[in-house]
Structures are given as C-alpha cells and as structure tokens.
Design a protein around this ligand. Structure first.
Ligand code: IZC
Ligand code: ZN
Length: 428
C-alpha cells in the first residue's frame, strides 16, 4: 500500500536533516544528519517522512518536486534582525569613509536616532509594507523563521506601533516571526540627561506587552554611550520577573562585560560578542546561553577584529549566526553572505555554519522544537539549493543559491526567472 501524502521531494543529491535532540555545542556542531538517496514526504504542512528506507515509489503524492540532484536543507533561521524600521541611512556611508565611528554618529543624534525619527513619522501601514518587502527578500535567500526587534520608537506609542507591525507580519507573511522588545536600544534625545527615567518608562510597558503577547523576548543595547552593564542588569532582571526570555547586544564595540552579565542572568542569547573576555566565554558555555555572532556587522563597520568563534566552539558554547539586518550597521538580508563571512573571518566549518543557522538559531529564539530540522512531525520548512553539496554554500559567495523554498509544505519562493532567450547562433 502506497502512503498518500501531499508532496514528495525526489532525486535529492544531498539531504541535511540537521536532526538533533537539542542545540549543538563544541564537536557536536560537526553533525549535520547527512543522507544520500533520501526522499522527503510532506503531509498537511508537516514532514511525514525523511530518510532512505523508503523511496519515491512508496508514496502516492499530489505533487512531486524533482530536486535534480541538488542539496536540500531545513529552512534557515535568522535569530537577530531589526526588520521593522522607517527610512534608510545611506548618507552615513560618507561619514564612515571619513573615519567617523559608529558610536560618534549616534552621539551626534544620527545612527539609531535618525532611524527613530523616520520610524516615528511612518504610519503602521508604511512600516508594514516596507518590512514586508525586506521579509520577501529574506525568504528568497532561504529564511523561513526569523526574530524581529523593536527599538526604533523609544517612546511608548512608536514601540507599540513596531511590535504590532511585527505581529501583523507574523500573521500574514510566510516567515514565522519571533518578536523581541528592544525599547532599550538607545537614549532618545528627550531623555538625554536622564537615561534611568527612560528605562523606567520602558519597564512600565513590560506587563502590557506580555499580556498583549506582543513579544517573547526583551533585549538591551549594552554599550559605551548607551546603557551600562549595571543599568542593563537591573533592566533585564525586571524583564525576567515579567516573564520574558532575555537577549542582549553585548560587547559589540567596546568590551564592557555584557557577556558575563548575560550568562549570569541566564539569558537565552548574548549577541555580537566581539569583545567577550575568556571569562565571559566560559560563563556562556556553563550557562547554555547561545552566542549569536554577527560577522556581517563587523564587516560593515569596517573592523578587523571579529568575534572569537573558534574559542567559543572549543569551550563548548552554543554558537549561532545571524544577519543583524538593520539600516545602520548591517543593511543586508543576505544570510548566505553571512555564511561566507563566518567561514572566512570566524573560521567556522561548513558543518558548524549549518548548525549555527538552523538548530542553534531556532533554539536561540525559543523555536528549537519547531524549526531548523527536517524531521518527522516538524513543520515542513525546506530549501532546495542550486548547489551540489552544503560546502558549496559558503564557498561561492555573494550570490543567492536558493532554487526553491517551502514553508509549511507550500512553495513560497522560487529562483527568479530569466526573461530572455539565448540562441547559440545570435552572438556569432
Ligand atoms: O540601527 O544601528 N547596533 N543596534 C545596535 C544597531 C546596531 C542597529 C542600528
Ligand atoms: Zn542588533
């Protein structure tokens, strides 16, 4: 008796199931659940079967996707983005070229604060349309689950506008979105002389955000000229009491000790970590706090020193990777470019990169049981790649290797069609 299913993927060259009982650290990051001659069957939006004990002829499917010997992996997970924002910051490029540091641009009212101005001006519909455009691009690069932060409002009204936009996008866009409240992203000019009063205002929003289910996580930018480690610790403690998971922008530019603090508070993830100390890395490993590394940001800030991924992996930290897509320090939706930067600058292996962008990324945003693996019963989030194997992805860089993206079993993105015909004789 053939098994009736909705869709089967046949003729798969290489299947990475990424099957794992939990997040992967250290040497376990070498495992990718590689299978040859495998078939994937999908029923009602879920993985019905993935393996090589059965073959295509054992299934009666409505739809057959011939993978033509290509690589098939789980949909990628981008666990750190700032997708909902107004405006853009291309005018800062010239300042950067003149050597003006990122934090000086912010101190002078630009940077994050210039995006705050544009986000305050935008209507909810404008924010929605703009973010949808970026999410469409993200899915075309193979992302099927992503985290989205607020933090360009810095007042009650605009923070809520951003969070509501994220919720609306989660309900309407194929990418599953996990929402993070980043009210503590910068000090708005109206509170320039009283950052604590500003933090108190953001703390005042927590219960409402929780009740309205507008965010799962709370995050803070712990950095020189923004929030101190002590301010951040007190703020995050309040967020924990209110029932949120914790995230932190830690040691991105100056090594202040945010890494240690994140681990001490049992944060779900600590992100950036360019300047993390040995002690901080040790604490992350012991606490099981995920290190979300953002090499695209280091690249775009023009820095030479990257996060110490090799040391983190050797010490047993759960390492993940993300785009940090935002209009200032990492304006790109291209998660595949992050793969290459992770390979070249963080010296991560292709296997480690795949774990960082699937299993560990899903875990970093509390979706470890739903996303990041092609395993029976899980949501059928699958990418078919124009690549013969997974090592090819970080190797051939700067372009989009996606052939087809399936979200909950449905084809939601396909490689762009080329709208011309090439005849051999026409150029002779
Ligand atoms: O808009 O510059 N680092 N937050 C912390 C950012 C970068 C985003 C931005
Ligand atoms: Zn960020």
């Amino acid at each position: 008796m053939k098994k009736r299913v909705d869709t089967i993927l046949t003729n798969i060259g290489q299947l990475l199931t990424m099957k794992s009982d939990g997040p992967r650290a250290g040497k376990a990051m070498k495992e990718v659940g590689l299978m040859e001659d495998a078939v994937v069957a999908i029923s009602e939006g879920k993985i019905f079967y993935a393996g090589n004990e059965f073959s295509a002829k054992d299934f009666d499917a409505n739809e057959v996707l011939d993978c033509e010997g290509k690589l098939v992996t789980p949909g990628l997970v981008d666990p750190h983005t700032h997708v909902v924002f107004g405006g853009s910051r291309e005018h800062e490029m010239a300042l950067k070229q003149q050597g003006v540091p990122y934090l000086d641009i912010l101190k002078n009212g630009g940077g994050i604060l210039s995006t705050v101005e544009k986000t305050r001006e935008a209507t909810e519909d404008e924010l929605y349309a703009k973010a949808k455009f970026h999410l469409d691009r993200m899915i075309s690069y193979g992302v099927t689950t992503a985290e989205v932060k607020s933090g360009y409002g810095l007042d009650v009204e605009t923070e809520l506008k951003q969070l509501k936009t994220t919720k609306r996008l989660d309900n309407s866009h194929p990418i599953d979105l996990v929402s993070t409240f980043l009210g503590a992203h910068a000090i708005p000019h109206e509170y320039k002389h009283d950052p604590q009063a500003f933090l108190d205002e953001m703390i005042g929003m927590l219960d409402f955000i929780k009740e309205a289910k507008l965010a799962d996580f709370v995050d803070i930018f712990t950095e020189t000229g923004v929030f101190t480690v002590e301010q951040s610790r007190e703020y995050l403690k309040k967020a924990k009491e209110a029932g949120f998971g914790l995230k932190i922008h830690a040691d991105e530019i100056d090594p202040l000790g945010g890494t240690e603090m994140a681990a001490e508070l049992g944060a779900m993830s600590a992100d950036h970590l360019v300047g993390s100390s040995d002690e901080g890395i040790d604490k992350l490993a012991k606490a099981g706090t995920v290190a979300v590394l953002l090499p695209g940001t280091t690249f775009y800030l023009g820095k030479d020193t990257y996060a110490r991924a090799r040391k983190m992996i050797d010490e047993g930290v759960i390492v993940s990777l993300a785009t940090d897509f935002n209009p200032g320090s990492s304006p790109t939706e291209n998660i595949q470019l992050i793969m290459t930067l992770a390979a070249i600058r963080l010296k991560m292996s292709p296997e480690e990169i795949m774990n960082a962008m699937t299993v560990n990324a899903a875990h970093a945003i509390g979706r470890g049981n739903e996303a990041g693996q092609i395993v029976e019963g899980r949501q059928a989030d699958v990418v078919i790649w124009d690549a013969p194997n997974y090592m090819y992805l970080p190797y051939h860089y700067g372009v989009n290797h996606v052939n087809t993206v399936l979200k909950n079993g449905r084809v939601v993105s396909k490689r762009r069609e080329i709208l011309h015909e090439t005849s051999v004789s026409s150029k002779s």
